[in-house]
Structure formats: structure tokens, C-alpha cells
Design a binder for this molecule. Structure first.
Ligand code: ADP
Ligand code: MG
Length: 323
């Protein structure tokens, strides 16, 4: 079991940011209204994630670390249709296989919390403790037992910047959740969780960008688009500031990027990469989604229809007001 988990972990857990992604998504699925993410040394030596979500019941704690154990109903086919981010039940087992984990968790129904420790896939201890409602994961010494993998880690600074990028994407995808990111004791990101996307953009990208945004809003039977578009941030340009989410997931898609750029080009006569934060909701099974869980790439069954919808919606907001 432990060996299998180590191999499986290779696919999911590449670096500290992958752990933060999995644990933060679990916190979101647990209904958390606030999530605090703290790292030291780029997350290589220390990651702590605290949420105020539903917690894990005592009898479920050690099961949660078994492979393919998930409390979430799912089918890989309608991955994008389900309402939880997690679905494979692999994250906790994969993380525990390659690090030292301490979990403190408490459900509202229980008077006591649980402290559970697991290292390299081996249970160390489980005991009752006093704890607030919610869950804290402490993950230490990533890849301590797989030196070959540790070699692929970059400098703490680079790893920290991957985590910061990830927290940025999470905060933009969930304005209704307060995210705090603390790097080596310094608070770097702290969103309010008031549900206002523009406030999150302001907090992360600053006033210059937030005060020059156009709202995007469109809906038909199958698709709903909301969010903002603004001028490109860097004149030379790349797609780094094209943020978009499908049903709450951060994704990459040639087609969506092209729709954004084509709509912008149609309006400005320039091929550039505008700043965007767009949320696309896809209803029903219009889309034949083909996606690898960790790669964030997504393809649509009906590309043209989605492309047309996006171009039109973005074009309409660009033409409405001056940038
Ligand atoms: P998945 O998210 O695919 O279900 P994971 O391995 O990430 O699988 O998590 C296993 C299970 O542990 C989840 O299904 C959930 O029941 C529980 N869990 C993990 N993290 C949390 C959390 N922060 N709060 C509440 N429950 C959690
Ligand atoms: Mg999960």
C-alpha cells in the first residue's frame, strides 16, 4: 500500500503548490468561509492550512488517508458538472506518503477534536484534543523519504511563488471565501471573503487595474459568463493575466484564450493579451469535457458555440464603455 501511494503521489504531488492546491480544494469542498495558508521555505519544510469547514469525524479520519477514499459522490465523466473540486480520493494518501502530516480536525457535532499523525504513509498516532471547529493540516518535510524527487524541487523562492500564484487563483475563483497567504511569517494575500470579485482583484492587482475594468455579463440556456476585462498589463504580453474559471475550476484553454484575444482585437485592432477574470458556468452536458485532473486543460465538445458566446459577450462589454 505504501509503495503504491508513493507512485501515485508522483502524479498528483510534484511540489508544495500541489499540496496547497489539494488541501485548499478540500477546505473549499468542506464549506469553509476562511482558509489560511502558511508556508516556510517555499513550503518544502512547512505547509499549514487551516479552515473553518465541516471537519472530519473521528471515525473517518484514518480512512480519509486511504487511497481512493472519498466522501464525495463523483464520476470522472461529469467531472466538470459535480459541485466539489475533489473527486478521486487520492490527495491525502498521496501527500501522507511523501511527507510528515499532522491533522487536527473537529466537527461541530463533536465536543472534542482529533489530532492524527501520519508519516511516510505510516500512522503514528491518533488522539483526542481540544480544537476549534474545522481542520488544520500541517505538512512537513516534503519528499523526506524520496530524495530523488526532492531534487526536482526549485529554490524556496520559486516554490513560494508557485504557491502565491495558486492562492491568487483560488482567491479569484472564490470571492466568497477569505484567503490568507503567509510566507515566512509575512502576510502576502488576505482577501475579505465578502463575495465581491472586484475587491479581490483590487487587493491582488492593485488600484490601477481594478479601477479600469469593464464588467462582462452574459447568459443563455447553457452558458453563463461573469467577470471583468481590462487593458493588457504588460505591453509585450503573454497569457499570464488571462484568468478564467469553468464551474469554479481554474483551467487553460486555447479556445477561451483565443476568444478573449479575438474579441479584444476586434475592438482595438491589436493582438494583445487583455487582463481578465472570467467565470464561465456550463450547465447540463453541452460540453464534452476532456480534462486531466491535475493539468487544468480542458476541451469542449462544441467549441464553436462556446467561442461564439464568449466573443460576443466580451465584445459587447468592450463596446459598451471606453476602457
Ligand atoms: P477527495 O477530495 O477526492 O474526496 P482527498 O484525498 O482529497 O479526496 O480527501 C479525502 C476525504 O477527506 C474527503 O473526501 C473528505 O471527506 C475528507 N477531507 C479532506 N480534507 C478535509 C477538510 N479540510 N475538511 C473536511 N473534510 C476533509
Ligand atoms: Mg481532495
Amino acid at each position: 500500500q505504501i509503495t503504491i501511494d508513493k507512485i501515485a503521489a508522483g502524479e498528483v504531488i510534484e511540489r508544495p503548490a500541489s499540496i496547497v492546491k489539494e488541501l485548499a480544494e478540500n477546505a473549499i469542498d468542506a464549506g469553509a468561509g476562511a482558509i489560511v495558508i502558511e508556508i516556510k521555505e517555499g513550503g518544502i519544510s512547512f505547509i499549514r492550512i487551516t479552515d473553518n469547514g465541516c471537519g472530519i469525524a473521528k471515525e473517518d479520519v484514518s480512512n480519509a488517508f486511504l487511497r481512493h477514499s472519498t466522501s464525495k459522490i463523483r464520476s470522472v465523466d461529469d467531472l466538470m458538472d459535480i459541485h466539489t473540486l475533489g473527486f478521486r480520493g487520492e490527495a491525502l494518501s498521496s501527500i501522507a506518503a511523501v511527507s510528515r502530516v499532522e491533522l487536527i480536525t473537529k466537527t461541530r457535532e463533536n465536543d472534542f477534536g482529533i489530532t492524527y499523525r501520519i508519516e511516510g504513509g505510516k500512522e503514528i498516532s491518533i488522539e483526542e484534543t481540544g480544537a476549534p471547529d474545522g481542520t488544520t493540516f500541517l505538512v512537513r518535510q516534503l519528499f523526506y523519504n524520496t530524495p530523488a524527487r526532492r531534487k526536482f524541487l526549485k529554490t524556496p523562492m520559486t516554490e513560494a511563488s508557485h504557491v502565491a500564484d495558486l492562492v491568487t487563483r483560488l482567491a479569484l475563483s472564490h470571492p466568497e471565501i477569505s484567503f490568507q497567504f503567509i510566507n515566512n511569517g509575512q502576510s502576502k494575500i488576505h482577501t475579505s471573503g465578502n463575495g465581491n470579485l472586484k475587491d479581490v482583484i483590487y487587493h491582488i492587482y492593485g488600484r490601477d487595474i481594478a479601477s479600469h475594468l469593464l464588467e462582462v455579463k452574459a447568459e443563455n440556456e447553457h452558458l453563463k459568463l461573469t467577470g471583468y476585462i481590462g487593458e493588457p498589463i504588460v505591453s509585450r504580453g503573454n497569457r499570464n493575466f488571462e484568468n478564467y474559471y469553468i464551474n469554479g475550476r481554474y483551467v487553460k484553454s486555447q479556445m477561451i484564450s483565443k476568444a478573449i484575444e479575438d474579441a479584444y482585437k476586434d475592438f482595438t485592432m491589436q493582438h494583445k493579451y487583455p487582463f481578465t477574470v472570467l467565470h464561465l458556468e456550463v450547465k447540463g452536458d453541452l460540453l464534452d469535457v476532456n480534462v486531466h485532473p491535475t493539468k487544468m486543460e480542458v476541451r469542449f465538445g462544441n467549441q464553436q458555440e462556446v467561442y461564439n458566446f464568449l466573443c460576443e459577450a466580451i465584445g459587447r462589454s468592450l463596446h459598451h464603455e471606453e476602457l
